[in-house]
Write a protein that binds this ligand. Structure first.
Ligand SMILES: [Zn+2]
Ligand SMILES: [Zn+2]
Length: 347
């Protein structure tokens, strides 16, 4: 009889159930990770709030756990029982055009065969166990609180975005939005030697940004954001703008406040996805780059592990609550509240 484990399945709009499935058995070249906790990202929040996904949906891709079993062919020099680890849960096929070029975040097969064999759709982190290939497992600094490890995946997404923005020393970098992703952009852009300017409506978030060393914080409700940024930059506009919010009108402002030769990164997905009018002549005359950034690559995931393990980025203030999986509904409702940052489901 296979051993059992519990998983959290979203089964419809605002409905989540604890289900029992077979506990995974690691193949000879795999390790078995007992998941300590998994954070609720925007993706899972959207599925929970809207009910829009193939159901049942087994979410969860920001995980921390401990190794509890080594497959017979795993090199014991690489991993030991009890190691604190994170696992990359986003599927990349390894063989498509983009995977072969080291751009796994653009894998054309990312959403195919994403789930385990539980008859559920989704990355599968809201579970008690995960069997994983060593290439998907990163060791975490055991001196740091285990909860910090859930930030590897979101920070990996941000490292990809920072890399695409090509920030130089002394650059003016605008971060629009002071949620988890905005704050991680702030922390990493500071490490890159930028002057960081954050646009955020909520005064408590502005205060937190200041405590993270943000150089300038302002409310786009109190001042025109485009004018404000231009004034700060002698009329030029910013060298880099990251839009971490989901609104088309803000995306248009992000483009407008980007200076000549500047890079404007659409970090967030946009809802509703209303098309923007962009002047081709403006692009011609200003050499602005408007682009996006999505998900982490293996390399940016690795960068995030190094930043966290060496304490170069401390995201601990971005953790709002740790809630046991038996209270999953409460955990999702807490995560969706606008006044919270990351919420971890504890297994
Ligand atoms: Zn995430
Ligand atoms: Zn691929």
């Amino acid at each position: 009889m296979p051993q059992k484990m519990k998983v959290l399945a979203i089964t419809g709009k605002e409905t989540i159930e604890i289900r029992e499935v077979d506990r995974p058995v690691p193949r000879p070249n795999q390790v078995l990770v007992k998941i300590e906790g998994c954070a609720i990202c925007t993706w899972e929040q959207r599925v929970y709030a809207s009910g829009k996904a193939t159901m049942p949906f087994l979410g969860g891709h920001e995980v921390v756990g401990r190794i509890v079993e080594l497959g017979s062919k795993v090199n014991p020099k690489d991993f030991a029982l009890g190691d604190l680890v994170t696992v990359s849960m986003i599927h990349a096929c390894g063989s498509c055009y983009y995977c072969r070029r080291g751009e796994e975040n653009l894998c054309v097969n990312a959403y195919a065969n994403m789930s385990e064999d539980y008859g559920m759709n989704g990355p599968g982190g809201f579970a008690q166990y995960k069997a994983a290939d060593p290439s998907k497992v990163w060791k975490l600094n055991p001196e740091l609180p285990w909860e910090n490890g859930i930030f590897v995946e979101p920070l990996g997404c941000v490292c990809k975005s920072i890399e695409r923005a090509n920030i130089g020393l002394g650059d003016d970098v605008v971060v629009i939005g002071g949620g988890v992703m905005g704050m991680l952009h702030l922390l990493t852009a500071k490490r890159r030697g930028a002057r960081v300017i954050m646009s955020e409506i909520d005064p408590r978030r502005r205060e937190l940004a200041e405590s993270f060393g943000c150089d300038v914080v302002f409310s786009p409700k109190e001042t025109d954001p485009v004018e404000f940024v231009k004034k700060l930059t002698e009329g030029r506009g910013a060298d880099v703008v990251f839009d971490t919010t989901a609104f088309p009108a803000v995306a248009a402002q992000a483009i407008e406040m980007t200076g000549k030769m500047g890079r404007c990164i659409m970090y967030s997905s946009i809802h509703p996805d209303d098309p923007l009018a962009v002047s081709a002549n403006m692009l011609h005359n200003t050499e602005r780059v408007i682009t996006g950034s999505v998900s982490p690559s293996i390399a940016s995931f690795d960068t995030a592990v190094r930043l966290l393990n060496k304490k170069l980025v401390d995201p601990s203030k971005l953790l709002s609550a740790v809630i046991p999986f038996e209270d999953a509904k409460k955990a999702f409702e807490t995560a969706i509240r606008p006044d919270t940052y990351r919420v971890i489901i504890k297994f």
